[in-house]
Ligand binder design. Sequence first.
Ligand code: ADP
Ligand code: ADP
Length: 235
Amino acid sequence: MSFVKVNHVKKQYQTKFSATTVQALKDVHFEVEKGEFISIMGESGSGKSTLLNILATLDVATEGEVLLDGKDLANIPEGKLAAFRRDHLGFVFQDFNLLDTFTVRDNIYLPLVLAKQKLSIMEERIKPLAKQLAIEELLEKHPFELSGGQKQRVAIARALITQPEIVLADEPTGALDSKNSEEVLEMFERINAEGQTLLMVTHSALAASRSSRVLFIKDGRVFHQLYRAGKSHEE
Ligand code: ADP
Ligand code: ADP
């Protein structure tokens, strides 16, 4: 059984001021194995955000299903969605979404604080993470004191501290220059090498080239896949 299964997903939007509909996803079908690092590329309007929102349980497919570890995301009751996201998914954003009034340490702890986790668990988990992401020296600083690359490494630590099944990253290098992007991509490769499953939406071919597989989406469909090893096949 695949870790993530996107099973013939379609998504139709009702537009606001007219009776017309937009078919944002037409028949998206792919599977992700545990430990893969997937990139999703496509032009603006191709359906990337829609797909990411469905995987993030922020939206539901109109047809088809999305399974995470065998669990159909559409079956999670509304009241349990926030907890599900917190316990099973990690999020990394383009603009970091760090809170400037808290220290780096407290930013990283925040998801566990919200989950009412014990401080001893937080302390235990932050150590190896801070080492892995090379942010040990930054823990008592505040986000506004950091470079973009450092901020994103902190955001990755925050995403990982809940030990999520999958990390969903939305344009994680979109706000970074090439040096800082490189720094962040290296960390993604590193955490993936440790077994973390990752799915990243990106406009950057350079960023995508660091993943194990790239899915190209166009007009609501996956039209091509590239494998890092050089294998390629048509959908
Ligand atoms: P918000 O973050 O407040 O939802 P959005 O800009 O995402 O703001 O969307 C506001 C509303 O506009 C949505 O609920 C949707 O109905 C509509 N909308 C958003 N994007 C599009 C689009 N590309 N085409 C048509 N309608 C859209
Ligand atoms: P991308 O992230 O690749 O730019 P999106 O998933 O945002 O693409 O959009 C795919 C299509 O769905 C576009 O045609 C967009 O206009 C439309 N769309 C996205 N969100 C909404 C919405 N809330 N309401 C109506 N149409 C939307």
